[in-house]
Ligand binder design. Structure first.
Ligand SMILES: [Zn+2]
Length: 497
């Protein structure tokens, strides 16, 4: 996924509102007082001013870190980026990339754990300062999976560069912290399979892998450099990824009545979902496929799978749609004498965006002459695609122009080896290092980031509760209906003529 998709969402949203992250009237109604509170928080914290102060101040140690990042990039890490780019591996199969990256991290002095949270291509690399671990824990997210394409696997989203970018920043900071005896820790989180389900970062989050990180940074390819507004939101709607597995009983085609047809169940369910669409708010995006529909026409299929991506702008109404779909699946199973198992294999939710870090990223992008600067802010989208990580840990996704072509294209893949890519990546790495350096050395920034993140995460909880209240009349319709029917059973008081 990419920031490019979020920009499409912005373009669509701007038609109705240019100030908030909410898409529907219902969301806007629920958010109105919360948006005012976000505005007053930002007015008090003044993140743009603070970012400006930090980025333009004279700090020889920081400038040495940035110079070192550039040297590390041109000396070794650009080659690593190109090598991963020429050896694309899709999600869950990124073994060569992980071997290469973890070998480098060990060489730099990190302690590496592989197979983290039960995922063979996930890793953490931890370094503790010789001055002790009492300082902040700086986290860097590193991705490395390729896309699947008709011409084979390819790095059309430039994930090949993301880890070398993180490694350049991490190593330059490690050296500075060692030399200047700054306490703290650096953790590089190797997160596989960004492009395929289940969502690896959510699995890592659920396993507690991100616990202890005070900040997380991540870079991503883009056609431009744009910061997002503070608040909560997501690039491409909230998503439930759900598999419905129907189990019947096989039989010969000529005596099909002895079987229970799991394909009939799947088809009934698929069709029922289409009949439900008029019952749902129009912003829903629900699309499914039937990847397993039986093997042979002369055997009654006893096993089928229907796979849906259920999307809605907010997670409260999304849960409502998902519940109705579960009911439809149960209904299809019941009518066909089959059984259904429902597997919710992926969840993507709104993330939290903090202006204190977005503005700092942008101030450094300006300072370092990043190409493709866009003054207009994007909608809040968190810094990672799953949501819960950014609700727990403040962070920022750094995106500067690294291609003239849109995400997920062969043009973007080709640009990863060209000047435009290489130039974008070294600036990504320098901004990552600068943001982490400031977080490490400025107590004022740390306090502001913590306060902003804590406040926004709390307001997000309030927003979701407000949405539940606003939706109650229609989402609670089933309960209301059954109460209504009980009420209808009371004998009407009819006046005798
Ligand atoms: Zn991506």
């Amino acid at each position: 996924m990419s920031r490019a998709v979020s920009i499409v969402a912005v373009a669509l949203t701007v038609v109705t509102t240019s100030v908030c992250a909410q898409t529907t009237d219902t969301e806007r109604e629920a958010a109105s007082s919360i948006l005012r509170r976000i505005d007053s928080l930002e007015a008090r914290l003044k993140p743009t001013d603070m970012a400006q102060r930090l980025a333009t101040r004279t700090d020889p140690a920081r400038d040495r870190v940035l110079a070192r990042v550039a040297a590390l990039w041109s000396g070794e890490l650009q080659g690593v980026s190109d090598w991963i780019g020429h050896h694309p591996e899709v999600g869950w199969h990124e073994f060569q990339a992980v071997d290469t990256l973890t070998a480098l991290l060990r060489k730099y002095g990190f302690t590496v754990d592989t197979g983290v949270a039960g995922m063979p291509t996930a890793f953490t690399a931890t370094w503790t300062s010789p001055a002790g671990a009492t300082g902040p824990t700086l986290g860097l997210i590193a991705e490395y999976d390729a896309l699947r394409g008709t011409q084979g696997d390819f790095h059309g989203d430039q994930h090949n560069a993301q880890s070398p970018v993180a490694l350049a920043a991490a190593r330059a900071l490690l050296e500075q912290m060692t030399q200047d005896k700054v306490p703290g820790r650096i953790i590089v989180y190797g997160t596989p399979a960004e492009e395929v389900d289940p969502p690896a970062k959510q699995i890592l989050w659920a396993a507690g892998v991100f616990k202890g990180a005070d900040i997380l940074v991540r870079s991503h390819s883009s056609v431009e450099a744009r910061r997002d507004r503070p608040g909560f939101g997501v690039c491409c709607l909230n998503i439930d990824a759900v598999k419905y597995t129907f189990t019947g009983r096989p039989a010969h085609q000529l005596t099909a009545w002895n079987g229970r047809n799991a394909l009939e169940a799947a088809v009934q369910f698929y069709s029922a979902v289409d009949h439900l669409r008029s019952t749902w708010r129009p912003e829903h995006r629900v699309q499914g496929v039937i990847p397993e529909g039986g093997i042979a026409p002369n055997v009654v299929p006893d096993h089928t799978v229907v796979d849906y991506f259920i999307r809605f702008p907010d997670e409260v109404y999304l849960e409502h749609i998902a519940r109705m779909m579960d009911d439809a699946a149960q209904g299809a199973a019941q009518m066909t004498g089959t059984e259904v198992a429902i597997t919710r294999y992926g969840e993507y939710r709104d993330g939290v965006t903090v202006a204190t870090l977005e503005e700092l990223f942008f101030a450094y992008a300006k300072k370092l002459g990043a190409p493709g600067l866009q003054e207009e802010k994007g909608r809040p989208a968190g810094y990672e695609e799953t949501g819960p990580v950014s609700r727990d840990v403040p962070g920022v996704s750094i995106t500067v122009r690294s291609s003239a072509f849109a995400n997920h294209t062969y043009g973007m893949r080709d640009d990863t080896f060209a000047d435009i890519g290489h130039k974008g990546f070294v600036i990504d790495a320098q901004i990552e290092a600068a943001v982490l350096y400031d977080f490490l050395t400025s107590a004022e920034l740390r306090a502001a980031v913590r306060e902003e993140h804590k406040t926004l995460a709390g307001l997000q909880g309030e927003y979701l509760n407000a949405l539940r209240r606003v939706y109650a009349p229609e989402i609670g319709a089933d309960t209301a209906l059954s109460k209504q029917s009980r009420a209808d059973m009371t004998v009407p008081k009819v006046q005798r003529p």
